[in-house]
Design a protein around this ligand. Structure first.
Ligand code: SF4
Length: 220
C-alpha cells in the first residue's frame, strides 16, 4: 500500500480484466460443445467452471501469453472435431510451415513438457490434421525450452474418452471425481474438493528458542 492507494489490488483488477477478455468463450449451457482445454485439465474443475464458477486469481502477465496469441489468430482459426453429436473445439496458438506451435509460460526451465500440454498439442494435431507440433515454454527471465511431438492416436483416443465423460456428467449434473495433481494447489475449487485453506501463523523460530528474549536482554 502506497499512500492511501492499494496498488496490489489495482494491478490484480487490471490482470483480471485482461484475463477475462482473453478467456476462451465457452457457452456453459451447451453441453454438446466441449473445448479441448476443458478435457486436458481436471474434468472436475471444468465441470465447476460451467455449473458453479468461481473466478481464478491471476498472478502475472506471463499467464496471459497463450490467450494473447490465440486472440491474435496467427494463422490458427479455431477448429472443430466431431465425435458423433459432440463437437470438440480446439485452437492452437500458431501454425507455421504446417507445424502446430503452442506457447506456454513456465516458472523455470522444464525437463519434460507438462502432461496436459502434450495432450493439448497432440489433440490439435488431429483436429487440424497435421503430423508435427512443438510446445515452447518461456520463463519470466526469457529462457525458452522447446519440445517436439509427432501425433499419436492412442493419446487422442484418451482425449475423446474424456470428452464423452465430461459431456455425460454435465448432462447428468454429476460432478466428476477428484483428479488430485499439482494443478490442485493453484485451483480455485481446492476448498470444495479438499479442505479449507488455513493461513497458519508463521512461527518465529528465534522466539521459540528463547533467542528473542536473549537478544532483547542483550540490548538492554
Ligand atoms: S482442486 Fe484438484 S481435483 Fe479439485 S477441481 Fe481443482 S484440480 Fe480438480
Amino acid at each position: 500500500m502506497m499512500g492511501d492507494r492499494d496498488f496490489r489490488t489495482i494491478i490484480q483488477n487490471a490482470l483480471g480484466s485482461i484475463g477475462r477478455e482473453l478467456e476462451l468463450e465457452i457457452d456453459s449451457k451447451n453441453f454438446q460443445n466441449i473445448h479441448l482445454q476443458e478435457v486436458v485439465q481436471c474434468l472436475r474443475r471444468s465441470y465447476f467452471d460451467r455449473i458453479d464458477p468461481v473466478e481464478i486469481e491471476r498472478r502475472g502477465f506471463n499467464e496471459l501469453l497463450s490467450g494473447l496469441l490465440r486472440k491474435l489468430e496467427y494463422g490458427s482459426e479455431p477448429k472443430e472435431f466431431e465425435i458423433e453429436d459432440i463437437k470438440l473445439k480446439g485452437q492452437t496458438d500458431m501454425i507455421v510451415d504446417d507445424i502446430i506451435i503452442l506457447f506456454r509460460s513456465a516458472q523455470s526451465e522444464l525437463e519434460n513438457p507438462l502432461a496436459n500440454d502434450v495432450l493439448y498439442l497432440n489433440a490439435c494435431l488431429w483436429i487440424y490434421d497435421k503430423t508435427e507440433g512443438i510446445v515452447v515454454y518461456i520463463t519470466g527471465d526469457r529462457k525458452e525450452t522447446t519440445f517436439s511431438l509427432t501425433r499419436n492416436k492412442k493419446m487422442f483416443e484418451e482425449v475423446i474418452r474424456r470428452v464423452r465423460v465430461l459431456n455425460n456428467l454435465l448432462k447428468e449434473q454429476k460432478a466428476p471425481i477428484l483428479e488430485p495433481s499439482l494443478e490442485c494447489s493453484e485451483c480455485q475449487y481446492y476448498e470444495k474438493c479438499f479442505m479449507k485453506k488455513k493461513n497458519s501463523k508463521q512461527l518465529d523460530l528465534g522466539e521459540m528458542l528463547g533467542m528473542g528474549k536473549f537478544l532483547k536482554d542483550d540490548k538492554d
